[in-house]
Design a protein around this ligand. Structure first.
Ligand code: SF4
Length: 450
């Protein structure tokens, strides 16, 4: 296998535990030419807002940007499915030269008449930032005319990282929060943030809390509804999963409405149980605590024997993990440990310095930690560290397959629920089937860049 050099400007974004002793650089624009796996600002906004199912999502830009459709995030809805339709103003040369504000106006008007949405999100893409359309003014005008919130999302692709897209999405959601009042205020109530209802995960998690006696006011944004978001400021607590995407909104709500927040994860038995206990502790209510204990005992008891069976066969295997948010990487490291697998490569697209400190603590000596990585680095380290399995998203799948390494999808395209207790057993089953597949005995692991 040929050695490849890490690009000079990326050397502080690649770290080996036990060998290196520097602060991992992160949260900065991708290096030109490094072929980052990270998507643009617009994609960051789109994946966060997009599960709001009764809103129109209009991409103001050329048709290519609208390739980010429902299929990039299989968020399920229990009611309207407007989010599954993809709308674009389809800008062409004429629009770019003469401006496209009128076209945007006409598009919003037409969509509102046809689909009667409860709100519209208008995404500004790269070219809109360049030609300078006044998206805010058009949205203000259409809000008045149509009597629904028409919200600009400033997600011009070039203006930062995917993380800036999360920020733009949080700012857009914050415009809705507090614009309606609930009929009654429940004292034991929460919002779940950063949960996108892939394969029905938000429904599973909501059910756990309901069994504990907690009322879920709104899920941001899985199976999301505009009216629930409007009333969400009356919840007593924000429970933030995928904190990379939603921590910004939680902070804004704390500042304006005084809503406290906690950070949790629903991946793995340990983190799921903690997520439930943390909420029970917050409410200091004996009944809630007892119900939580009973729930955790029942759920863990139901899956643990099967996990131990998988563990027997998987013990000693190695995994590479590269995901969007670092919080998911933390959970995966712990979940993989439960089934006997060691993580030898861990990284994220949008981690913060604090996230990387936690990753360093969680990982074993010799583990490579990467920020905003690329296929060549990920391939090289997966082979060097002899990973049996790669856990990532759609962009990492072909890379792993070419290397001859098993792959498990843990990103927004997946169709299998991996959150909560049920998700943990699905995850272990997926990992087991992938790692023990006989196909790997016919395939020599090799570097595709040889
Ligand atoms: S917003 Fe810009 S970077 Fe993002 S998909 Fe559109 S053109 Fe590409």
């Amino acid at each position: 296998m040929p050695a490849i050099d890490i690009l000079k400007a990326r050397q502080t974004q690649v770290y080996e535990k036990g060998r290196d002793h520097f602060t991992i650089e992160c949260n900065k624009k991708s290096l030109s030419g490094a072929v980052s796996q990270r998507a643009c600002v617009f994609c960051g906004s789109r994946v966060v807002l997009y599960p709001v199912a009764d809103a129109v999502h209009l991409v103001h830009g050329p048709i290519g940007c609208a390739a980010y459709t429902w299929d990039i995030r299989g968020s399920l809805s229990s009611g309207p499915e407007l989010h599954r339709l993809s709308f674009s103003t389809d800008l062409n040369e004429h629009d770019i030269i003469h401006g496209a504000e009128q076209k945007l106006e006409r598009s919003i008007r037409e969509l509102a008449a046809k689909y009667k949405p409860n709100a519209a999100f208008v995404y500004a893409t790269c070219i809109v930032g360049i030609i300078g359309d006044d998206v805010d003014a058009v949205c203000r005008k259409m809000t008045k005319e149509l009597d629904i919130p028409v919200i600009p999302v400033h997600s011009e692709g070039f203006k930062g990282t995917k993380r800036d897209g999360y920020k733009a999405a949080c700012e857009a959601l914050f415009k809705l929060v507090g614009t309606a009042e609930p009929e009654a205020i429940e004292p034991l109530s929460i919002n779940i943030m950063g949960e996108f209802n892939l394969a029905g995960e938000a429904w599973m998690i909501r059910k756990y809390y309901e069994k504990m006696g907690i009322n879920v006011v709104s899920v941001f944004t899985g199976d999301g509804r505009v009216n629930d978001i409007k009333k969400s400021h009356r919840a007593s607590l924000n429970v933030v999963q995928c904190s990379g995407s939603m921590l910004g909104l939680a902070k804004m709500m704390k500042e304006k409405y005084g809503t406290p927040f906690i950070r949790v994860s629903f991946f793995g038995i340990e983190d799921t149980s903690n997520a439930l206990y943390e909420v029970a502790k917050f409410f200091k209510n004996d009944k809630v605590y007892e119900k939580t204990q009973a729930l955790v005992k029942r759920e863990v008891g139901g899956i643990y024997p099967k996990l131990l069976e998988y563990r027997k066969e998987l013990q000693g295997k190695k995994a590479a993990v590269y995901v969007g948010g670092a919080f998911k990487a933390f959970s995966l490291i712990q979940a993989l440990r439960v089934i006997g697998i060691e993580v030898v490569l861990a990284g994220s697209q949008t981690g913060t310095p604090e996230d990387y400190d936690t990753l360093k603590r969680l990982c074993n000596e010799g583990t490579i930690i990467v920020d905003d990585s690329n296929p060549v680095e990920l391939s090289r380290f997966s082979l060097e560290k002899q990973a049996d399995l790669f856990i990532g998203g759609v962009k990492e799948r072909p890379m792993a397959m070419k290397l001859g390494i098993g792959f498990v999808d843990h990103n927004h395209e997946r169709k299998i629920a991996l959150a909560g207790y049920e998700g943990m057993i699905n995850f272990a089953r997926e990992v087991h089937a992938t790692v023990t597949s006989p196909v790997w005995s016919f395939y020599r692991k090799k570097a595709w860049y040889e």
